[in-house]
Design a protein. Structure first.
Length: 133
């Protein structure tokens, strides 16, 4: 089982040819699902759009998998609006000051890139995943 006490999970999405692509992410419980925030135009969003089947496993910040935790199959979905706000708030509550600092950095960085005419930041997308029964 996955606990909200864990700091990171390896979210594994799958390419069209079936190859697994692991990404260590922050996550937080949102009701009976777990949420992740990411940039919109990244590979994991495109892969989830094509195939909602994912797996998750507890890991460290660098993606090293925890041998004491199993690989858990799940189904992911991309969300916006009120669901995305719920995910963002849940992650903010879980990670506290670290999340606030990261959000401030992200906002300043985005503004700076826009001022310089080199906006490379993509808008955020929220992902909700539910563990398979």
């Amino acid at each position: 089982m996955l606990s909200n006490k864990e700091k990171y999970v390896s979210l594994v999405t799958f390419r069209r040819d079936g190859r697994a692509v692991p990404t260590p992410v922050w996550f937080a419980a949102v009701g009976d699902e777990f949420g992740v925030i990411t940039e919109t135009n990244v590979g994991k969003v495109k892969r989830i759009r094509n195939n909602p089947r994912v797996t998750v496993q507890v890991c460290d910040v660098g993606g090293k998998l925890s041998e004491s935790h199993s690989v858990l199959p799940a189904t992911a979905r991309l969300v916006s609006g009120a669901d995305a706000v719920r995910v963002r708030k849940a992650i903010g509550r879980k990670y506290g000051a670290v999340y606030v600092a990261f959000s401030v950095y992200w906002s300043v960085s985005t503004l700076w890139e826009k001022v310089r005419g080199r906006d490379k930041h993509d808008p955020e997308t929220a992902i909700l995943f539910k563990l398979d029964a």
